[in-house]
Design a protein around this ligand. Sequence first.
Ligand SMILES: [Cu+2]
Length: 142
Amino acid sequence: MPRLLRPLLLFFVLSAAAAGQDQVSTAKPFTVSARRYSFDPPRIEVIQDDLVKIELHSEDIAHSLTIDAYRIAKRVGPGKPVTFEFRADHAGTFPYYCNLQIDDGCRQMRGELVVKPRRQPQRGGSDVAPRSRPGSAVRVRP
Ligand SMILES: [Cu+2]
């Protein structure tokens, strides 16, 4: 086997193993605190297809964590943390907010969920493989 191919092969074996582990991957845990009138942290960053596990706390009154794009609206009361999970299958930046009307200040509660695409997006936004494929440069005329 050519020496150069060995690291490449190892890479493929390792990434195949990693892909296999994805099927049973444990959730990525985050703890989010809601209080008058902010979320801590105000930004959650994950990779597309991650299983995201959020433990939501309130430090004062009832709040919610709402992410429209993921149809999530979890209400939390003080002293009663809630935990929920979701698969971050849409890439993009999605606002989260508190949708409770109890307190006007809740409208100011904003955060963002950033889901980075698993593959690098191409210019133009289409989700296709890069144009330069390995092997395309070694074409030999007969
Ligand atoms: Cu609130």
